[in-house]
Design a protein around this ligand. Structure first.
Ligand SMILES: Nc1ncnc2c1ncn2[C@@H]1O[C@H](COP(=O)(O)OP(=O)(O)OP(=O)(O)O)[C@@H](O)[C@H]1O
Ligand SMILES: [Mg+2]
Length: 334
């Protein structure tokens, strides 16, 4: 009863609250995800951006409870899907949720597809597991998914193996598998990195169309701010395991607050200006097992102040729905 009330009152498909996922390694504790919170509504797309190693993939894997063990462990927080806390579910219950209520598309389609099974068999598997349909209906459903993902001649393609398809087609098959059981939440982790630019645009358009049709909530992990501008409604910027800024796409692009977000945007090539050299962010992201005290971006920040090196900044609200954790915006402590 409580979960239903929660669902109605919040209107959120997903609520991630103070999520912490650490890796306990010989070198120390790697705080890959360290207090991440965000929300996602039906039909909404959240872009998760940040430099390599900042914790985007581990955040997504934590939602599905697929953190690589035994070193990796979710040590705190809540992941609430439709009012239910996934972190308190049994492994058996999680298996019913993965692929049915929450699906994930990985970066490289060859990792998700098994080379020795036909496309049809691989697409049919989640449908067989999660939906009690007759054999004939399962195949009909698979063909429908191939059609939905704009794969021509589904009757022929269904019998082919992954190596007989192009990269773009394979990624569409993976998209089809992810969407086959009408999930509530789709997580796409760099889904277009292995595709060339034209196919990339086509694939994103297709994903967006399907998302709108099915009213899916979507998390889009990407390095590419151009993709964020095209497909996302909101953006969460991650740095060293934490979300440093979150807001509507327009707010983030036109009124970025955090110096790291500004630096990320500054490294985008601009069409209207002839640039001799691309801007790069000086320095490297910190090692997550040996984070400096205070704000992790302080050593690279052009606006660094003394307090930044001592204490992590509290979250400040810039405007409705636009938040940042930066001392530039925080009320100073007495
Ligand atoms: N199995 C593991 N053992 C130890 N540390 C790990 C393990 N997997 C990931 N990490 C650490 O967790 C941190 C976050 O990794 P994650 O894969 O989430 O980064 P990312 O933001 O997705 O990067 P990229 O953009 O390169 O995909 C990294 O610093 C990484 O070194
Ligand atoms: Mg990643």
């Amino acid at each position: 009863m409580k979960s239903v009330e929660q669902k109605i009152s919040s209107g959120n498909v997903l609520e991630v609250k103070d999520l912490k996922t650490y890796f306990f390694t010989g070198r120390g504790v790697v705080k890959a995800v360290d207090g991440v919170s965000f929300e996602l509504k039906e039909g909404e797309t959240l872009g998760l951006v940040g430099e390599s190693g900042c914790g985007k993939t581990i955040t997504c894997l934590s939602i599905l409870r697929l953190v690589p063990g035994p070193a990796g462990r979710i040590v705190g927080g809540e992941v609430i899907l439709d009012g239910d806390d996934l972190l308190s579910k049994s492994e058996k219950a999680m298996r019913r949720i993965r692929g049915k209520k929450v699906s994930m598309i990985l970066q490289d389609p060859m990792v998700s597809l098994n080379p020795v099974f036909t496309i049809g068999n691989q697409m049919a598997e989640p449908v067989r597991i999660h939906q009690k349909l007759s054999r004939r209906l399962v195949w009909e459903k698979v063909k429908e998914m191939l059609r939905l993902m704009s794969i021509p001649s589904p009757e022929i393609r269904i019998r082919e193996y992954p190596h007989q398809m192009s990269g773009g087609m394979r990624q569409r098959v993976v998209g089809g598998i992810a969407l086959s059981c009408q999930p509530r939440l789709l997580i796409a982790d760099e889904p277009t990195t292995s595709l060339d630019v034209t196919i990339q645009a086509q694939y994103l358009r297709l994903l967006k169309e399907v998302q709108q049709k099915e009213n899916l909530a979507m998390i889009m992990v990407t390095h590419d701010l151009g993709i964020v501008a095209k497909v996302c409604d909101r953006v969460a910027v991650m740095y060293a395991g934490k979300i440093v800024e979150c807001g509507d796409v327009r707010e983030i692009f036109y009124r970025p607050a955090h110096p790291y977000t500004k630096a990320l945007l500054g490294s985008l090539p601009k069409m209207e200006e002839r640039q001799e050299k691309l801007y790069t962010i000086e320095g490297q992201p910190p090692e997550l097992h040996a984070l400096p005290p205070g704000c992790s971006f302080a050593p690279r920040c052009p606006d660094v102040q003394e307090i930044c090196k001592q204490e992590y900044p509290p979250q400040s609200i810039i405007k409705d729905g636009h938040c940042t954790s930066c001392w530039l915006f925080a009320a100073r402590k007495a």
